[in-house]
Design a protein around this ligand. Structure first.
Ligand code: SAM
Length: 259
């Protein structure tokens, strides 16, 4: 693509490393019944390979200047929708397709990474997400307890998905070169997950527990029945002086199921 004026405000760092694209495609579990959503196809580096898989592809691009380049991709398996993905009526789009497995495969615009993931989780029954994100952000998604990256979003995402690193991507793999390195992470849906009896209560408990990172559970959970919570914590050899970062997903579920 010649002389394109990249817009930093739209997170336009296009991938030029073919080996990264191959790793993304290889890590995906695509079948003939797959529908693949791509957010931000850009000039189509990843899109061109996605349309060669067995699945159908729907790509959402906000920047209409990319229309000319994207329209060069010849495939009956591709629909490109121009507009802001966050404002798209996703249910309406998905209703047009017959599929059994839904995937998000994308090199995301980093400035809206979390809103995109939340929209996908809230508005679809996503099976698999393979996404390129900023390296630090990816580390938080898959962080384990007792690490500085572990936060309420880690617990929320790991409730729904197993999250693994596909590959770390150096900033030199993009044009223009961004300031930070990137990571490709794969989220696969936990079909037999341990369920919280009441997900609203569970998510609120997790969020409240992490309100002030340096404070312990006793201070962050002031409005709760602390005696009850302490009894449950004791089962795990813990108590209210522990911080949220030391609790596992299973421990948060156990507490939320008993308060
Ligand atoms: N997939 C391409 C690649 O790997 O080379 C481009 C990825 S680039 C990091 C992010 C893309 O997201 C850009 O093409 C940008 O225009 C697009 N984008 C930014 N905000 C968007 C939004 N709200 N909805 C849809 N696309 C958006």
């Amino acid at each position: 693509m010649k002389e394109f004026a990249y817009k930093k405000s739209l997170g336009q760092n296009f991938l030029k490393d073919k080996s990264v694209i191959n790793k993304i495609i290889d890590s995906a579990d695509i079948t003939v019944d797959s529908l693949i959503l791509e957010i931000g196809p850009g000039s189509g580096a990843l899109t061109k390979e996605l349309v060669k898989t067995k699945g159908k592809v729907v790509a959402f691009e906000i920047d209409e200047r990319l229309k000319e380049e994207l329209s060069k991709i010849e495939s009956n398996n591709l629909e490109v929708i121009y507009g802001d993905f966050l404002k798209i009526d996703l249910k309406e789009v998905l209703n047009k397709y017959n599929y059994k497995k839904l995937h998000l495969i994308a090199n995301l615009p980093y400035y809206i990474t979390t809103p995109i993931i939340m929209k996908i989780i809230n508005e679809t029954k996503i099976d698999e997400m393979i996404i390129m994100v900023q390296k630090e952000v990816g580390s938080r998604f898959k962080a384990k307890p007792n690490t500085k990256e572990y936060n309420s979003l880690s617990v929320f995402l790991q409730y729904y998905f197993d999250i693994k690193t596909v590959t770390i991507v150096n900033k030199n793999s993009f044009v223009p070169k961004p300031k930070v390195d990137s990571i490709v992470v794969r989220f696969s849906k936990k079909y037999n997950k341990i369920k919280a009896n009441n997900e609203k209560v569970f998510f609120k408990l997790v969020k409240d527990s992490f309100t002030f990172k340096r404070k312990n559970l006793k201070n962050n959970l002031k409005g709760y029945d602390l005696n009850k919570i302490n009894i449950i914590l004791n089962k795990f050899n813990k108590d209210l002086t522990f911080r949220a970062e030391s609790l596992s997903l299973e421990e948060f579920i156990e507490i939320s199921n008993n308060i």
